[in-house]
Design a protein around this ligand. Structure first.
Ligand code: NDP
Length: 426
């Protein structure tokens, strides 16, 4: 641990895995044998590189890029790319480790990875973003491929950026292959991929509610974020009759006690630019809370969908005082360790990111399959397969620990990965 003292996000996820797993005698032995635990927690390799690109004023700008290839025990490395000024090695190591466990839970043949750059796309022109993506791929292309490592999108990397990245990969390799997922439908993308993370979150919520004989249509939700995940959770939840009370971004939070309309969400989904939420609140008769988070609201369900550590212990206390019944992590590690501890000790039901937000990587794995077969599948087929896989994940958790989704998920993935590691020899 001393070696990684400065990597707080990475250590946070390592601690959580160890603290919240059912480690019985048999598993302890398996983890100790051949240094299994250390090998599972450390990435196979970290590729770090310079990204030099030309801005609109013909000035050369330099950013740092990374790809963390965590484990390819059960399939090619797989995980998104994030472009954000907060990206660093610790953040990508935590995301790659989480991704490995998440992907193991899906039951699909995908390993774990994550990558990105400390590039801030805010205020950049579309041409600058294209040139940045091309410069990024000019280094990354030699480390990825359909059977090696298959990146996808994440924060600030959507279909537009995946298009630019894929175009550069295709030119450099002279090869049209499924080396990236999250592509447009016109060149190898899969149906449902864009919606899959958010819709998958709602499918998981429905499985949990069914277990407790409750219905989404009777529930109110506080959602944070206003990006791909948040908006698709909101869209699907409203479609299923739930009341979505909030959305937010780094400027603040908008709220409407009676529930946000499907029209407001549709407008935000259609917008190509980063939305001005204050203006949107005004337009749709919602309240605007400058600089605030959504956790003050009195709701049944909280779904943090923005970024890591956005919901802390104080926020958790407010939610619990307001009798929140369920917490579903839509973003990766949005709850701090003290918030997770408070939720786990309470009567509320906490579901961690690795089971809640796997919808995206599930649809990505379907996209890899379709690319390998050169055969696209219909919207309905992919959506049905997504629902079925989310249900299986819920079952995996329950079979491993009925009282905690967090412990159930960690235990299932830990056992599976250590088993595979031993099957493949040391
Ligand atoms: P987007 O870039 O589409 O949206 C991110 C949203 O979160 C934006 O509204 C952004 O607002 C907001 N946000 C970011 N940082 C903060 C902050 N510090 N405080 C308040 N709001 C903030 O990203 P995604 O929706 O794709 O990803 C969101 C989360 O979900 C991430 O943790 C990601 O790893 C995870 N995830 C995404 C998947 C996908 O398929 N897209 C799959 C699985 C997980 P602003 O514009 O102000 O920055």
């Amino acid at each position: 641990k001393g070696l990684y003292q400065h990597q707080s996000e990475y250590l946070q996820v390592v601690d959580e895995l160890i603290d919240y797993s059912d480690i019985d005698e048999e598993l302890t032995q398996a983890l100790e044998q051949n240094n299994g635990l250390e090998r599972l927690l450390q990435p196979d390799r970290i590729i770090s590189f310079q990204v030099a690109w030309l801005d609109d004023n013909n000035q050369v700008q330099v950013n740092q890029g990374w790809r963390v290839q965590h484990a390819n025990l059960i399939g090619p490395y797989k995980g998104g790319l994030r472009f954000h000024p907060s990206v660093n090695e610790s953040v990508l190591k935590f995301l790659a480790l989480e991704q490995t466990f998440k992907n193991a839970l899906t039951g699909l043949p995908i390993g774990g990875a994550k990558g990105g750059a400390n590039f801030d796309p805010k205020g950049k022109s579309s041409r600058e973003i294209m040139r940045f993506c091309q410069a990024f791929m000019t280094e990354l292309y030699r480390h990825i491929g359909p059977n090696t490592d298959v990146p996808a999108g994440d924060i600030n990397v959507g279909t537009r950026e995946i298009g630019y990245l894929f175009g550069q990969y295709r030119r450099l390799q002279n090869q049209f292959s499924g080396a990236l997922t999250g592509k447009e439908l016109d060149f190898g993308g899969s149906q449902v991929r864009v919606e899959s993370t958010g819709y998958g979150v709602v499918y998981f919520i429905e499985n949990v509610l069914e277990r407790f004989q409750q219905k989404l249509s009777n529930m109110s939700l506080a959602i944070s974020g206003c990006g791909n995940v948040a908006l698709h959770v909101a869209e699907k939840a409203i479609e299923q009759g739930a009341k979505v009370v909030t959305l937010s971004n780094s400027d603040g939070c908008l709220s409407r006690e009676q529930g946000l309309s499907a029209k407001l969400v549709a407008q935000l989904l259609q917008s190509k630019e980063r939305p001005n939420l204050k203006e949107v609140a005004k337009q749709f008769g919602a309240k605007w809370h400058q600089g605030a988070k959504p956790w003050q609201q009195n709701v049944d369900i909280a779904v943090p969908c923005a970024t890591q550590n956005e919901l802390n212990g104080d926020d958790a206390k407010v939610l619990l005082t307001n009798k929140v019944q369920y917490i579903f992590e839509g973003a990766n590690m949005p709850c701090t360790s003290d918030a997770v501890a408070l939720f786990e000790q309470s009567n509320s039901i906490f579901s961690p990111a690795k089971v809640v937000n796997c919808g995206g990587v599930i649809a990505s794995a379907f996209e890899m399959g379709q690319n390998a077969m050169f055969y696209p599948e219909s919207y309905q087929t992919v959506d049905e397969k997504l629902k079925k896989t989310m249900r299986q994940i819920h079952t995996h958790c329950m079979e491993n620990n009925e009282s905690s989704y967090l412990i159930g998920a960690n235990s299932f993935a830990l056992k599976k990965l250590i088993h595979v590691m031993n099957l493949q020899g040391v």
